[in-house]
Design a protein around this ligand. Structure first.
Ligand code: UDP
Ligand code: MG
Length: 320
């Protein structure tokens, strides 16, 4: 393991997917921040900005290659195809693992304030191994996104998964934590949930999240829902337990129904209702299908884990 040095080597890991519009704007911003940190002697000159092209279909890779040609502080790797944000971040972190003392992952769209890195590094200097970037407020999000995101964090907490409220994937990890992260072999990736499981001394720094500098979000509602669902099922088995709970409630209700119908029978009032029968059948059918769906989701996850396919595949690098 690398020693904790005064001037640590920092790797800023930046996932990029079809970001040709935003990279020319944010690339120089990242470089300025890195230069400032180097000038202030807070980090070593061996620090790098590591772009991870997540199989973009536009000119993102050309832009990254050009950055790398122009300035030694820029480097890039490219996934062999689009594998998603989490996979891209992990690929970058694992690439950085052997080369850096600290990593900071951040989105490439300029929404996260790069100056928060200074506070993150201060916290690292104070002995923290994990520093979460937490946004102060969600003013720049639509009301819908704010509502769904906050609801989601609450559900996750309730399900027993320890996630940091309003923290996305902007975070500092020390080399030590990266090493432990490498031991987490799961292919169902949800880094926000995995990092708290690693433990170590951690803290949060706060920043204001802005609008995207350019381009469009790659997280439409469908992707957001699928990430949310992945988050829950990767971190918690509570939904499985809930099926048992729902089954128990339904069974109790049915028992009351049976007692009720027997009493009606002895009361001589046995005209059976079609409506109540049909609704019961539909209701029970629905409950069973939901139960099966949740079970299926977990079985699907087990299937993916058992195959243990690589979680990322790097095709190209801008360096040897
Ligand atoms: N991203 C990625 N692969 C994908 C989708 C997104 O690497 O399949 C990157 C994207 O380039 C950006 C970050 O993940 O740097 C967050 O994406 P985005 O800004 O579109 O999401 P939002 O901030 O709107 O939730
Ligand atoms: Mg964004």
């Amino acid at each position: 393991m690398r020693e904790r040095t005064n001037k640590p080597v920092l790797y800023i890991v930046i996932p990029c997917y079809n970001e040709e519009k935003v990279l020319p704007v944010t690339g120089p911003v990242f470089l300025q921040e890195l230069d400032d940190l180097i000038q202030a002697e807070r980090i070593s000159d061996d620090s790098r900005i590591l772009f991870v092209d997540d199989g973009s279909k536009d000119h993102t890779w050309q832009l990254i290659s050009n950055f790398a040609k122009d300035n030694k502080h820029f480097i890039g790797i490219s996934q062999s195809r689009n594998r998603g944000h989490q996979s891209a971040v992990l690929a970058g972190l694992m690439e950085a693992l052997t080369k850096c003392d600290i990593s900071i992952s951040i989105d490439c769209d300029g929404q996260d304030d790069v100056h928060a890195m200074e506070d993150m590094i201060s916290e690292y200097e104070n002995g923290c191994e994990v520093v979460y970037g937490v946004r102060d407020n969600r003013d720049t999000d639509t009301r819908f996104k704010r509502f769904t995101a906050e609801g989601f964090y609450r559900i996750l907490k309730w399900m027993g998964a320890d996630v940091v409220f309003n923290h996305a994937d902007y975070r500092l990890l020390s080399g030590r934590v990266l090493q432990e992260l490498a031991e987490f072999k799961e292919v169902n990736l949800y880094l926000r949930g995995m990092i708290p499981l690693i433990g170590f001394k951690s803290t949060s720094v706060y920043y204001k999240r802005r609008e995207r500098a350019a381009g469009i979000s790659h997280y439409p509602l469908s992707k957001m829902l699928s990430l949310a669902f992945d988050g829950i099922t990767s971190l918690s088995v509570k939904p499985l337990r809930m099926i048992g709970g729902i089954g128990l409630c339904v069974a109790l209700l049915s028992f009351i129904g049976v007692v009720w119908s027997v009493l009606r029978f002895f009361g001589g009032n046995t005209v059976t209702g079609w409506a109540s029968m049909t609704s019961l059948i539909c209701f029970l059918g629905g409950v069973q299908l939901i139960g099966l769906g949740v079970l299926g989701e977990y079985i699907g996850k087990i299937y993916m884990e058992v195959k243990a396919r690589p979680r990322y595949l790097i095709e190209k690098r801008t360096f040897p």
